[in-house]
Write a protein that binds this ligand. Structure first.
Ligand SMILES: O=C(O)C(=O)C[C@]1(C(=O)O)C=C[C@@H](O)C=C1
Length: 384
């Protein structure tokens, strides 16, 4: 095949890809119009029966075109997730018009290239407006800037599929005067990044935030005697690697590009599926529509009595409320006392949740609602 034939084929592929984008944008606009119907008729945003019927039809049609079901399913699950999350974000915007401005001042950890910045961009990509970013050095700088009104929102990582819960953030939530108003999950692809021309053998020092170090521990063990320098964010690690010969940093390939760093090795995380969940906090809580899947997060201190925790948890079961997370953390200054963080798949405005909170008083010293927010972790419908 000649170069000219290759160029002609690539031109055709480019054209098809552009057409696909035009169609995707058109599909999104149609999905926005469907939202109007759902608002007027008070229908849930998600219609799983419709999604299943759609996927089955597409898979069967795809087969007749020689496309395999797995491929079709993957492509359309992404499209459907986008459609649902956009409808949900738009509905929330129309419900909370007074509290949501068109300029989003957002505080997050690190700066250019940090994982928190990527999560921030992902979350606000569905919430049109002008983004003003405020990079912070510590998690408490983030909550403080929200409390003081320097930022409207703060983005905080709360858990990771490789390294687990981020205790510092749970502890901060005990006292910070902020409400959780959203969540966003982001897949984190850790890469070893270094200056152009550097090879793995040349490296004698690795810079990273302590979370990526923990999430890539197995890869690092295999490297032998290298200095590991912990930085306050991934962005500072990237900057140091860009300024220090024979060094590398752990970060995403996309972030590395911004600092002129090349990927030496990818897929460093202990778990192939490495995702982080971030929460979005604001000064005031938001109202969450009953038409969308919702989470409520709370902290509670149970009574110092045998079985109090079990009794408290039974309250959720008795009210048919699904609990998606339970985390215990020590109370600073009170040795051996614990507070419990609970995530519920429920809307705090729901009568059942209010009744559960009332019953909970019997088994707890206190309960504080940390926030009620739109759940962004959608369960994909399964085509059998
Ligand atoms: O058909 C609908 O009800 C839509 O809102 C559209 C759509 C889609 O994008 O196809 C989106 C969400 C629903 O869960 C099902 C389908």
């Amino acid at each position: 095949m000649t170069q000219d034939t290759l160029d002609a084929l690539r031109k055709d592929i480019n054209e098809i890809d552009s057409e696909l984008l035009i169609l995707l944008a058109k599909r999104r606009r149609l999905s926005h119009s469907v939202l109007e119907y759902k608002i007027t008729n008070n229908k849930p945003i998600r219609d799983e029966a419709r999604e299943l019927a759609l996927l089955e039809k597409l898979i069967s049609y795809g087969k007749s075109l020689g496309l395999d079901p797995f491929y079709i399913n993957n492509v359309f699950q992404v499209i459907l997730e986008d459609s649902v999350l956009n409808q949900q974000a738009m509905l929330q915007k129309s419900l909370n018009q007074e509290s949501l401005s068109d300029t989003h001042k957002v505080a997050y950890l690190g700066g250019q290239g940090s994982y928190s910045q990527l999560a921030c961009h992902k979350y606000f990509s569905r919430r049109p407006g002008t983004l003003v970013e405020l990079g912070c050095q510590t998690f408490s700088d983030i909550t403080q800037s929200v409390e003081k009104g320097q930022a409207d929102y703060g983005i905080l990582p709360i858990e990771n599929t490789s390294s687990g819960s981020i205790n510092e953030v749970f502890d901060l939530l005990q006292h910070a005067q902020v409400s959780i108003i959203g969540e966003v999950t982001h897949s984190v692809e850790h890469c070893l990044l270094a200056q152009e021309g550097t090879t793995l053998k040349d490296i004698n020092k690795i810079f990273a935030h302590h979370q990526p170090f923990a999430q890539c521990s197995r890869f690092l063990e295999g490297l032998g005697d290298l200095t590991q320098e912990t930085c306050d964010s991934t962005s500072s690690a990237l900057k140091l690697a860009a300024d220090t010969p024979n060094s590398a940093a752990i970060g995403s390939a996309q972030a590395g590009k911004g600092f002129g760093l090349e990927v030496l090795k990818s897929g460093l995380a202990n778990q192939a599926e490495n995702h982080s969940r971030f929460i979005v906090v604001a000064r005031q809580p938001l109202q969450v529509s009953t038409q969308i899947p919702t989470k409520t997060s709370l902290i509670m201190a149970t009574k110092q009595k045998v079985g109090s925790l079990a009794d408290a948890l039974m309250v959720f079961k008795e009210h048919n409320i699904n609990m998606t997370k339970l985390e215990s953390r020590p109370v600073p200054g009170n040795p051996w006392e614990e507070v419990f963080y609970v995530d519920l798949q429920a809307n705090v405005a729901d009568r059942l949740v209010q009744s559960a909170l009332e019953s909970l008083k019997e088994h707890t010293q206190y309960v504080r609602i940390l926030g009620c927010y739109q759940s962004e972790s959608l369960q994909a419908v399964e085509v059998v």
